[in-house]
Design a binder for this molecule. Structure first.
Ligand code: ADP
Length: 522
């Protein structure tokens, strides 16, 4: 949303006049820092509050109601609307209001920008100027000089470039030292020229249209404007133009370093991405290759075991001395345990290798997306789980599920992992109940795999999605499943989260894109 972008916020909070952004019902969507400072209120008591309720109802001003309820609905903007009111927080004030309606696509309804200028002092001066009294007039001139001095100081010391444009032709009336430093053109070289003459590629040939737009919106933002400095260097700048009484003020921020940092970061991310993919391919190949020796170890161990058992049987009936028999018995005594260890290690390694294979596939395999009939898919998975469910004495209930769009194999991996976990982490102290439910939410489908098992304490809920994180390694598994689940779901543009309490069971939620109806459900 525009009003949430950093760029907008920076501008919004730099503007010295208080600004409120209201929704169509006059609730405050946003207020800039200046509003908080000047009206001595904080964000918590302002954002989301109905304008007329702000600060003990101090904004419930009849003239303001006329502006917002009678005049503005018939127009897109209202300028220089004066209200005078005794504000509870800051006393009697005269305020000049500029209001305009903006259609913000992401909100879907017009929002109201209300810029507020405190003109109490100006009003007082007007009264004084009308006065014949010369002493007051002298005092007034001094006051104006002081205000001018304040503005000059800001102008001279600002880090951003400031260029003042004469409104009718768009010629440069003044530039601050930061502009001279940034562009390399002196004040004298710049004054009287157009922005393009000093390297700023911003077309100001049609000033009346620009001023019209400025009058409407108060600020115009130009992002990533290319600038060529006097020495030929290229920089990128964000420029925002605001309306000042006689002039248009352009604030120029050099964002070249920021842009370069962003480009470097993007490059680094894409390089890392490539490296990650390469690593995944290596992992896949290595895991795949390790499977063959593992199968061999398993097979040959079985044969060795059989041969040794045969030898032991032979020796039992053979005509050998009791010492040798004793010796052989002692040598073969540990063998059943050793074969047991080999077999457990081989099956653990097999599980681990399968996990690595799934893991490397989950990140690098190209997604073949289609609409998926989730009732069918979950039924297949629970069919495969039948044996484990029986073993655990557990039941599974599946309600009618909405379809989703994704890679069938990968989505199947997600739910197999979650449903296998649901069985694996049941509580032996009570009858296991597993439930798979789902509902549609906007363009997405949300599924929930629920169990009444051992549950997960709050402090572990984040870590269980990390690689190799297991709360009870004795339960088997390899601590890869949930990481794979998260990876696949995120690659589909979805998200996964969980609600659980130790001892009470878990609910794993998966949000995925809903069906697109572009292909027939599988
Ligand atoms: P694995 O189950 O292979 O250990 P996972 O990544 O699938 O690896 O899960 C990580 C850890 O999260 C598990 O070791 C277990 O401690 C916990 N866990 C996962 N699912 C559940 C569940 N439904 N109920 C309780 N604990 C769970």
């Amino acid at each position: 949303m525009l009003i949430e972008s950093d760029y907008f916020k920076n501008i919004f909070n730099t503007v010295r006049e208080p600004i409120l952004i209201l929704d169509g019902n006059l609730k405050v969507l946003s207020a800039n820092q200046s509003f908080f400072n000047i009206f001595k209120v904080d964000s918590a008591n302002t954002i989301g509050t109905y304008l007329y309720d702000l600060g003990n109802g101090q904004w419930n001003v009849p003239a303001l109601r006329v502006l917002l309820e009678d005049i503005l609905p018939k127009k897109t903007s209202v300028e220089n609307f004066t209200i005078e009111h005794n504000f509870e927080s800051i006393g009697q004030k005269a305020m000049l209001l500029n209001a305009c309606k903006i259609t913000e696509k992401t909100i879907g309804q017009p929002i109201i920008l209300l810029a507020i200028e405190d003109i109490t002092e100006r009003k007082r001066m007007e009264v004084l100027l009308a006065d014949e009294n010369t002493a007051e007039r002298i005092w007034l001139v001094e006051l104006l000089m002081k205000s001018e001095e304040r503005y000059r100081r800001i102008f001279e010391t600002a880090n951003d470039g400031i260029v003042l444009l004469e409104k009718s032709e768009g010629t440069i009336a003044h530039v601050n030292p930061a502009t001279e430093k940034m562009l390399g053109y002196t004040k004298h070289e710049s004054i009287g020229k157009k922005l393009q003459d000093i390297g700023i590629s911003l077309d100001t040939s049609d000033m009346p249209t620009i001023i019209q737009a400025l009058d409407k919106s108060g600020i115009i933002n130009y992002k990533d404007v290319p600038i060529k400095t006097k020495s030929g260097q290229h920089i990128d700048a964000d420029i925002y133009m605001v309306n000042k009484a006689e002039l248009a003020q352009c604030n120029i921020r050099d964002v070249s370093d920021q842009k370069k940092a962003e480009e470097d970061r993007d490059l680094l991310i894409s390089e890392l991405d490539i490296k990650n993919r390469e690593l995944e391919q290596i992992l896949y190949a290595a895991t795949h290759d390790l499977k063959t020796p593992l199968v061999n170890i398993n097979g040959y161990t079985g044969e060795v075991k059989k041969s040794i058992e045969g030898i032991v049987n032979l020796i039992e009936t053979a005509d050998i001395s009791s010492e040798i028999r004793k010796e052989i018995t002692s040598l073969t005594k540990e063998l059943p345990d050793s074969f047991g260890f080999i077999s457990t290690s081989v099956s653990h390694m097999d599980i681990l290798l399968n996990g690595f294979l799934q893991f490397s596939r989950s990140g690098s395999v190209e997604l073949k997306k289609e609409d998926i009939d989730m009732n069918m898919l979950i039924n297949e998975i629970s069919g495969n789980l039948n044996y484990k469910l029986k073993d655990a004495g557990a039941s599974i209930e599946v309600t009618d599920l909405p379809g989703c769009n994704g890679d069938r194999k990968q989505i199947s991996m997600v739910f197999s992992n979650l449903m296998e976990n649901a069985v694996k982490y049941l509580d032996p102290a009570r009858k296991g109940e597993i439930k798979v439910t789902g509902y549609e939410e906007g363009d997405s489908s949300v599924y929930c795999v629920e169990d009444n098992g051992i549950g997960i304490a709050l402090e572990h809920q984040k870590q269980i999605f990390h690689i190799f994180h297991q709360l009870d390694p004795a339960k088997g598994g390899e601590g890869l499943g949930l990481m794979i689940v998260q990876r696949i779901v995120e690659r589909h543009g979805g998200k996964v989260w969980l609600e659980s309490e130790a001892g009470k069971g878990s609910r794993f939620f998966v949000e995925l894109p809903g069906v697109m109806l572009t292909s027939s459900p599988s």
